[in-house]
Ligand binder design. Sequence first.
Ligand SMILES: Cc1cc2nc3c(=O)[nH]c(=O)nc-3n(C[C@H](O)[C@H](O)[C@H](O)COP(=O)(O)OP(=O)(O)OC[C@H]3O[C@@H](n4cnc5c(N)ncnc54)[C@H](O)[C@@H]3O)c2cc1C
Length: 394
Amino acid sequence: MQYPFTDEQKALSDLTKDFMEREVLPVAAEMDRRPDPKDCYPAELINKASKLGLRTLAVPEEYGGSGSDLLTRTLVLWTGAQIEIGVIKCISQCWKLATALFKRGTKEQLDKWGKMFVEDDDCVGSFLLTEPDYGSDNIYRQPGPELGLKTSAVKDGDYWVINGAKRFTSLTSWSKILLVFARTDPNVSVSEGSTCFLVHGEQEGITYGRVHDKMGYRLYPNAESFFDNVRVHQDDILGEVNGGFQTFSTIFRGSAELIACNTGICRGIYDYCYAHAKERIQGGKPIIEHQTVQMMLSEMLMNIEVAEQFMWRICWGVEEDDSFNPRFTRNGKVFSDQVALKTIALATDILGGIGVMKDTPTEKMFRDLLTFLHGDGTDSLTLLRIAQTLENPA
Ligand SMILES: Cc1cc2nc3c(=O)[nH]c(=O)nc-3n(C[C@H](O)[C@H](O)[C@H](O)COP(=O)(O)OP(=O)(O)OC[C@H]3O[C@@H](n4cnc5c(N)ncnc54)[C@H](O)[C@@H]3O)c2cc1C
């Protein structure tokens, strides 16, 4: 057994699997191959997933969602990632938006933004941190006031006026709700002087640039955006003025999101390798009968299972264990990145030439896996953050 999931969790996982196999799998490869990345956004599929209740899993019941916990959502993401990562990642992006809104929002913000999110099956959201000159600094923040966000917000009466540029941010230009992080005090460090603003995707003054032409996660697109005197009312600040990074940590504390993405895709690769090894005849027998292939499959499965078990432990710990150490989240993310790379290495050996042919599903899975290993911070910087706790690891 993977983990002692409840019957309700298993039912939701089955529903996700059914949706992914029935609706997503038949069209995903064709959508992924569309040359213009703008054409890869899976609008119709998100609408369908929303009608099944998947988009609003993180919304509390009293606001019309199902108030699912982290373990349940991670199970859904992991289940979906085994079949196709882009669509299910769009859905998990919505959970992050809902977590930020419903944990940090005022009653008025929930009536306005929360209601808008819940009632509209097409509504997705974006987190806008990364800028041309500001990438890893959002993960590994350093104290200098000159470092960090360049996008600024300046107070003008009851409004704040935002100017700047963002890039690489997910679902931007499709998102109806933007969480824009901007510098509101340039004299202190980015951690102490940034604020999170709720902004409508079609607000005057916002323009969208390129949709980035990525090698993987193509059904989960990213784009540039530009802010030219965008006026945001002070009531649309999520959290406190200069408290943007407290809002940010509401979303990311104890996340198992990228471990679920990595291990889910790795499971998909393992399943394909196993099935292939039973059918492919070389040396006069199915290659699964060669001990080298058995050992490679065993190693692949061992790595994946260890990462998965740690993932469920994180989910449990975040919600049930007061002494949960956030370092576990970082350990799990870096470990699952390493498992991902090892899985690709083993799979390219087991599959030989067929593994990278465009009509073999693993070709897309390899590209997808490689695309987001730097997500939530490169491994080197995540390890540096772990290093800050070396003295007192308990
Ligand atoms: C699929 C995808 C989805 C994304 N989604 C979002 C999103 O929704 N919202 C968003 O805001 N951004 C998003 N991003 C951007 C992503 O968060 C950044 O790409 C990431 O933070 C890394 O920044 P960078 O690419 O600028 O790398 P860089 O910051 O240029 O890092 C390059 C190298 O320098 C090292 N380095 C950098 N700074 C230091 C330092 N101080 N000390 C030591 N080494 C250092 C890094 O470890 C790395 O090895 C997404 C990107 C992709 C590809």
